[in-house]
Design a protein around this ligand. Structure first.
Ligand SMILES: [Cu+2]
Length: 291
């Protein structure tokens, strides 16, 4: 008698727990999804706030890929559910028709994925070419040095620095800031004196490896004023997690002032590492703290 009661209570308890979980998850989603920024991010399927003129291409590729994946995934899931229901065994005597060597279906298996890959490849190359299109006479040129374990941003021939090269530089302990001007094009040249790093500003929807012995370039125009985060996206070693930086997109006046300040502070010239890379910037403090 008592066992029967327990057996009957168990499914009810399970139903109650399931209901509470569903209510919990739904309210969490509703509560966390109420801000406008989050709503916008949902519409971009998780992409961060865009901040450059090249983001539109990656945005389109991202959304397009999800639509294609949704259609193919939905179709495949529907077939998976439909087939066993439609062709289920209806009685013990009944054996469903056994199918082998169905040539049209095997041709379809082979051709369909090829078409999917070819379409994705076409759009990827098309967008990639637009993202990597070079700019003939960029407003600014920055040589980005990625060194273990931080970044140096070398602004080349800046008029507001009296035509000199100036730099912003960080250490493992101090995050550097890359200064840019809104609506002015910039060409980055990526340089590494030590190991492979990767220059990544999520809001630019772009990252590129920084390879020792092979400098790479790309251009863009930041089109939103504000502060954005940057990271090293390549697991480059021991202090990789410290390779954070900021991007400050600002007005011409503020930028000019900053360039002049760099000259005043004596941060002139172009640092390409080499010598700098032998010093483990910022690490000494950790060692002292550990001892
Ligand atoms: Cu790195």
């Amino acid at each position: 008698m008592s066992r029967n009661l327990t057996e009957r209570a168990a499914p009810r308890r399970l139903a109650r727990t399931a209901t509470a979980t569903v209510i919990g998850v739904v309210s969490m989603l509703l509560l966390s999804g109420c801000s406008e920024a989050t709503e916008e991010q949902w519409k971009r399927l998780g992409l961060p706030d865009p901040a450059s003129n090249r983001t539109v291409y990656i945005h389109d590729l991202w959304i397009g890929s999800w639509i294609a994946a949704g259609i193919i995934g939905g179709f495949t899931a529907a077939l998976i559910i439909w087939a066993p229901i439609r062709y289920r065994r209806r009685s013990h005597e009944d054996l469903p028709t056994q199918v082998r060597y169905n040539l049209p279906i095997e041709v379809l298996y082979t051709i369909a994925p090829l078409i999917v890959v070819a379409v994705l490849f076409f759009f990827t190359v098309e967008k990639q070419n637009k993202v990597l299109e070079s700019v003939d006479n960029p407003d600014h040129e920055v040589i980005v040095t990625a060194q273990q374990w931080s970044w140096t941003f070398n602004y080349q021939d800046e008029p507001s620095a009296g035509g000199e090269d100036v730099y912003d530089s960080g250490t493992g302990a101090v995050e550097p800031t890359l200064w840019l001007v809104e609506d002015q094009s910039v060409t980055f040249t990526l340089h590494s004196p030590d190991v492979i790093h990767s220059f990544w500003v999520p809001s630019f929807y772009f990252k590129r490896d920084v390879l020792p012995g092979r400098d790479q370039s790309f251009s863009l125009t930041p089109n939103v004023e504000g502060d954005f985060v940057g990271r090293c996206a390549e697991l480059c070693g021991f202090q990789h997690s410290r390779m954070l930086f900021n991007v400050h997109v600002t007005s011409q006046e503020e930028f000019d002032q900053h360039m002049a300040d760099l000259v005043d502070r004596g941060q002139t010239g172009t640092l390409l590492g080499g010598v700098n890379s032998d010093t483990v910037a910022g690490l000494e403090e950790t060692r002292e703290a550990d001892e």
